[in-house]
Write a protein that binds this ligand. Structure first.
Ligand SMILES: [Zn+2]
Ligand SMILES: [Zn+2]
Length: 122
């Protein structure tokens, strides 16, 4: 939008850039006012490396994809992959101990059954 002032009443007016250089009627004083032409702003641009959209060369952040050009955007930066959690030895040993205990129980029960059988039939 082009901002300009009405020459007759001083009202702040704005007009689409397509109206530049054309005459519009001031809504307040109804006098024809010429929309000032805008000098094209010469701004150096660059292409966003992330989305390819044109952004200002001085921009720190892409207005299109919100990526930071210095790579400080933590949201999209790959998270530091932590070393895989090595299963520590103690649980394994506990499992082994548990299995041994189970086996020991089975052996004891087996021996008891054998003893009962021996007592019964012996
Ligand atoms: Zn006016
Ligand atoms: Zn971008």
């Amino acid at each position: 939008m082009i901002d300009f002032k009405c020459n007759s009443c001083g009202e702040d007016l704005d007009a689409p850039e397509s109206m530049a250089g054309q005459w519009i009627k001031c809504p307040l004083c109804h006098k024809d006012q010429k929309v000032r032409t805008v000098e094209p702003k010469i701004q150096e641009t660059k292409d966003c490396p992330f989305c390819g959209e044109e952004v200002l060369s001085t921009a720190k952040k892409c207005k299109h994809c919100n990526e930071f050009f210095d790579g400080s955007n933590n949201a999209s930066a790959p998270t530091v992959v932590s070393a895989p959690v090595v299963v520590s030895a103690p649980p394994m040993q506990q499992t082994v101990v548990f299995e041994r205990k189970t086996m020991g129980c089975c052996s004891i029960i087996f021996i008891i059954i054998v003893l009962i059988l021996i007592c019964t039939f012996g």
